[in-house]
Design a protein around this ligand. Sequence first.
Ligand SMILES: [Zn+2]
Length: 203
Amino acid sequence: MADDKGRITQGTDTAVVTSVEMATDMTADDAAHTTNAHTGAPIPVRADTKQRSPYEGAMREALRQAQSAAVAGDMPIGAVVLNADGAVIATGRNMREVHCDPLSHAEVEAMRAAARALGTWNLADCTLVVTLEPCPMCAGAAVSAHMGRIVFGAWDPKMGACGSVWDIPRDPHVGAMPQVYGGVLESDCSRQLTAYFHTLRTA
Ligand SMILES: [Zn+2]
């Protein structure tokens, strides 16, 4: 395709420029997470620094929730849900031990609280922010809630279901496809979990 001055304006040119721009934003951590850890398949949407920064404040709140979980004796995983304006409307933390409930993951708690706050199960205008890559249950729950966006901190090479092991939000069989950004404050989120496990081993 050419414009009125005869310049080539093919979509492929635009795509090349975009990929170069994105590449300059990549960090070493990004480069390590561009493929599925088990299948080697490319992860279709990775986090770049421009997309990350708007969620760092929310991730810090999720980290505080995670710390509260650790104090209560649970693995430190915290989550918040943002509305369309980016305001925190709900928080949640891992409470499996406290509630003796295998389903009491931070994301489930936060999504339940968000649905109660909004008066609807449909969270299409919302963003789920969580310190660890969601597991299959939570990624499935987010899809079922029509969550608009999933943002997470640390990648989970064992149970991660947003690109690491499975990729439920972007499974072609899934109708609603949330945007997914990983690696927001990744080192803070990883450090918190590492410290928790270190404490368990030395207790
Ligand atoms: Zn989960």
